[in-house]
Write a protein that binds this ligand. Structure first.
Ligand code: ADP
Ligand code: MG
Length: 671
């Protein structure tokens, strides 16, 4: 029977009703699905152990000759077949249930590879229902594909099915890359890749097949992302007037410092986008302290001066408060009304602010991320800037639509990840990277302490305090949020241990007005030490703070630790970061030591990615990326970069429609 890519699997003789259902559970309906149903892994038949060297309960492979067989019916309708194999070093019984026909497979004298768990039965080794494969002379297919299974499907059956499909297909999925490109990129071709991903005849062939298929997968992903991004950004923006590039200079003249080059560049990019009639969808990516807030303020400012409204959203109320305090005067001097809207403000105040936003008398509003989920009406919302948040998914898109006139949208993130990874995760966003730090490289030295060394820390805190230095002591968060009890307890300990040192406690449940007072006390230097939950994590900017002690550091992610560490050493003096480890489990110390030695967020992101893998990064479907079948955006970063390049080039040569049709539509026959 000849097959097309579209032939339903149920038309194959070897696929009955039951198997059709089992295959469906794996997402396999048509023959083409089989081609792209890659093995989970391969069993390398060259790696096997001597039977005499086996240990109980390990999963292992052996190779041996069939000595004999023994058949029995243990109960009605339960049959049992025992096959004895030997490799000269010992004998091993294989046990199969309800597969009487295997008697004719394991013929005495023939040689088999078997793979399975070595069980102990009545004091002797045996293997139940192992994987098996008959050896044959001149063998080259040493790598046996192992597939995901469901229901009654077996590895043997899956292998047979894939073989049948490959042998009977009269077409292949379209070859996306012309020969010259494949040569440049070192790619094999689709036919080779599909054949060898299932049945590789050498390690090198498998490597080539993987490379091709990973590249192809990334390439299609990037095309989709780029198409979506263009569609997203070409929506007419609510605010689109022609703006003068000179605005950057004017803005700078209002600031107490000169802008860094990256700050200027990003500001100019923002103006260009607006002048091009694009809807801004931009991720601004930069090391802690690279001065992203100023860029955000610039964006708010140009929109407000053009008669629109702008919102700045921070992850915590403390941070919103800080932005508001720092920039209130700037906006008021420009005759732009700025308001802050926080959950715990009196209802009457909130009502007034809502009204002023609805009427349009407030130009800039600062709040937390939750603002946009509230029933807030804007007269003319033209820009949303989100600080320290790392997602742009369906939720955000919907939210922007609902707020009326398609506002511009920017995200500021201090979690640097490799550029091509960012372009993939934030496919719909343009990316600006802010490299240079305005105050030069910060130096923070990081030390690791065990719990029983806390005395040393208290001594250090005492010293710092007598030198009039300020800093933070941070306690860990628990799953759902902050762990207030441990902050309270730590604060009590410090007060007892260091009497006379001005200490304040801050956490999310302290009433707003109180928090404001505490922060003000810390900013002024009156309070020397702030004991805090992770509410200080992102963005808090008190330049004088010189140390941070992080309790139970093993409970934090590296990116989070880096954020916290970024709170200190901002004044130009060396900052100190002290990690206190309570449970030094395996791997914890290595991870924290790597962290201590790494200075830049970029290095840390790489360490973090290595540890967590892409699963975590892409875990939530928030990013809107389809699950990858073979590629891994971290492990295969180089291929990702190259596929991204290739996809971008295509957009210079072809229209969106052509790309859609040629690469992403239903495939075209090969010949
Ligand atoms: P982040 O990128 O981590 O959000 P911030 O925006 O909080 O960084 O900036 C860190 C500090 O650097 C702030 O005190 C800010 O006022 C200051 N700053 C920003 N830009 C400049 C600049 N061009 N020159 C000097 N200081 C700057
Ligand atoms: Mg910031």
């Amino acid at each position: 029977m000849e097959l097309n890519l579209d032939t339903p699997l149920s038309q194959l003789i070897s696929v009955g009703k039951k198997r059709e259902k089992d295959l469906e559970k794996l997402g396999l309906g048509r023959t083409e699905d089989i081609l792209f149903f890659y093995p989970r892994r391969y069993l390398d038949l060259r790696n096997f152990k001597k039977i005499s060297a086996l240990v109980p309960f390990e999963t292992a492979s052996v190779k041996g000759n069939v000595l004999g067989r023994e058949e029995r019916n243990i109960r009605p309708r339960v049959s049992y077949l025992k096959v004895i194999i030997s490799d000269g070093s010992g004998i091993l019984p294989l046990v199969f249930f309800n597969q009487p026909y295997l008697k004719d497979v394991f013929l005495p004298g023939s040689q088999f590879f078997v793979h399975g768990r070595i069980d102990l039965y009545k004091g002797a080794f045996q293997v139940s229902n192992p994987l098996y494969e008959e050896d044959h002379p001149g063998r080259r297919d040493w790598l046996l594909p192992l597939y995901s299974l469901s229901g009654s499907l077996t590895q043997k059956y899956m292998r047979k099915l894939v073989k049948i499909v490959l042998a009977s297909l009269r077409e292949m999925p379209v070859e996306m890359f012309p020969l010259s490109e494949r040569q440049d990129l070192g790619l094999s071709n689709i036919r080779f890749a599909i054949q060898n991903i299932h049945f590789p005849l050498s390690d090198m062939n498998l490597e080539k097949a993987r490379n091709y298929l990973i590249f192809r997968e990334f390439f299609m992903l990037q095309l989709n992302l780029l198409l979506n991004k263009k569609a997203e950004q070409s929506l007419p923006a609510g605010i689109s007037t022609v703006m003068d590039r000179g605005l950057v200079k004017i803005f700078e003249s209002f600031l107490p410092f000169k802008l860094t080059k990256p700050q200027k560049t990003v500001m100019e990019e923002i103006i260009s986008d607006i002048n091009d009639g694009k809807s801004i969808r931009r991720l601004i990516h930069g090391e802690v302290g690279s001065g992203k807030t100023v860029v955000a303020v610039f964006a708010l400012w140009i929109i407000a001066r053009a008669g629109g409204q702008a919102a700045l959203l921070a992850p915590t109320e403390i941070l919103a408060e800080q932005h508001y305090l720092n920039w209130q005067e700037f906006f008021l001097r420009q005759n732009i009304n700025i308001s802050i809207l926080l959950g715990q403000m009196p209802e009457k105040d909130k009502e007034n602010i809502r009204k002023s936003l609805e009427e349009g008398s407030t130009g800039v509003v600062v709040g937390t991320h939750s603002i946009l989920t509230e029933k807030l009406l804007f007269k003319n919302l033209g820009m949303v800037v989100v600080d320290e948040q790392h997602k742009f998914g369906v939720g955000q898109r919907e939210m922007l639509k609902q707020k009326g006139k398609n506002p511009h949208y920017m995200v500021m993130s201090a979690t640097p990840i490799p550029r091509s990874v960012a372009m993939t995760l934030y496919g719909a966003l343009d990316i600006s990277t802010m490299g240079e730090l305005p105050k030069g490289e910060r130096k923070v030295v990081t030390y690791i302490f065990q719990r029983d060394e806390k005395e040393k820390i208290y001594t250090f805190l005492q010293d710092q305090s007598s030198l009039c230095r300020q800093g933070y002591v941070v306690t860990p968060s628990i799953d759902a949020g902050e762990d207030i009890e441990s902050a309270v307890a730590e604060c009590d300990r410090i007060k007892k241990r260091l009497p006379g040192v001005p200490v304040s406690l801050i956490h999310g449940r302290i009433p707003h007005a109180e928090k404001e007072k505490i922060m003000a006390g810390f900013r002024s230097g009156e309070t020397r030490m702030l004991v805090s939950t992770t509410v200080i994590e992102s963005g808090i900017d008190v330049p004088e703070a010189s140390y941070i002690v992080i309790e139970q550091a093993e409970r934090f992610g590296l990116a989070q630790l880096h954020q916290l560490r970024g709170r200190v050493g901002r004044s130009g003096d060396t900052g100190y970061c002290m990690l206190v480890v309570y449970e030094p489990e395996e791997g914890v110390m290595e991870r924290l030591e790597e962290f201590a030695n790494a200075q830049s967020g970029f290095e840390i992101a790489e360490i973090d990615l290595k540890i967590r893998g892409q699963g975590d990064l892409m875990g939530t479907r928030q990013h809107g990326i389809p699950p990858l079948r073979i590629g891994n955006i971290i492990r295969d970063l180089e291929i990702l970069k190259s596929a991204r390049n290739q996809a971008e080039k295509l957009f210079d040569k072809m229209t969106d429609e052509e790309i859609q049709e040629k690469f992403l539509g239903r495939r075209i026959n090969e010949g």
